[in-house]
Design a protein around this ligand. Structure first.
Ligand code: ADP
Length: 267
């Protein structure tokens, strides 16, 4: 059986610094029972945004980190055996539908293709979840919302999102925040002083502009926050950048040396 990674969010509203009109779009989509698709690179705030919106709307959130072994049964549920008897156990999608919650499928294109069969009837105006194994068909309550995300950078021909699926969603495109916004995020998340935060943001932006075939993913806001956390904790700033911002980006020594030159130039 594939492992499931999902968790209900805490009742507090987590900090989220908007990049544009995404909070407004999300509220309208929720009110009008439309599913939302978020595109964007890793570590740019997609998950935080959904957590924030779920808390603001007062809906329980079920987050599923999709992987290539994740099947429809992982989302919907399955029969389990316990104490010599068989019982039905709802998956995160079914729970979200029953509770009128938000189900967030992170990196949805990674999931097995059979998941489309359950997502399609839920993401058009039928809003139903047929549970074949129990014979039940759930009608999603108005509060239920389906949110999916993927990183267009990872796309290949096999893993692209099918047009017939994509066109059911209201789409949001995320990118790394503008420098002033990213500085606010770093300061709020870590308590680092604004001047040092500005430096880290400047560094991240210079690293993002480097075109190196060995860097598959640009330095994300998550990595900037990690570096800031180490510095705030008293660690040496250059070493913090090396360990938190540079090393996670590549395994190629030449590339790493190039990135460290940028660190030395900015810090
Ligand atoms: P993604 O889901 O896009 O991979 P996350 O939402 O997990 O990225 O963001 C990674 C981290 O970056 C968060 O834990 C948070 O510290 C920070 N972050 C990024 N963007 C924002 C934002 N707009 N507001 C607040 N925090 C953010």
């Amino acid at each position: 059986m594939a492992t499931q990674a999902f968790a209900a969010a805490t009742p507090d509203t987590p900090f989220y610094r908007p990049q544009g009109r995404e909070t407004e779009v999300f509220r309208h989509a929720h009110r009008n029972q439309l599913p939302v698709l978020i595109k964007g690179p890793t570590g740019c705030g997609k998950t935080r945004f959904v957590e924030h919106m779920a808390a603001e709307l007062g809906r329980p959130l079920y987050t599923v980190a999709c992987h290539d072994d994740l099947s429809a049964a992982d989302l919907v549920g399955r029969h389990l055996i316990g104490d010599g008897a068989t019982y039905w156990s709802d998956g995160p999608l079914t729970r979200a539908v029953r509770e009128g919650g938000i189900c967030y499928l992170d990196e949805v294109v990674e999931a097995r293709k059979d998941t489309t069969v359950v997502l399609h009837p839920l993401s058009d105006d039928r809003r139903i979840l047929p549970i074949d194994r129990t014979g039940e068909t759930l009608q999603a309550p108005p509060e239920f919302m389906l949110v999916v995300s993927y990183n267009p950078g990872y796309q290949n021909l096999l893993k692209g999102m099918k047009t017939s699926t994509r066109q059911r969603f209201v789409g949001l495109r995320f990118n790394f925040p503008e420098p002033a916004a990213e500085r606010d995020i770093v300061v709020t998340e870590t308590g680092l002083d604004a001047e040092r935060a500005d430096q880290l943001v400047e560094l991240a932006n210079r690293m993002r502009r480097l075109e190196d075939h060995d860097i598959e993913e640009a330095a994300s806001t998550r990595l900037v926050v990690h570096a800031a956390t180490l510095i705030r904790d008293g660690f040496d700033p250059v070493a913090a950048c090396e360990n938190a911002l540079v090393e996670p980006l590549s395994d190629d020594t030449e590339t790493l040396d190039g990135l460290m030159e940028v660190v030395h130039a900015v810090l």
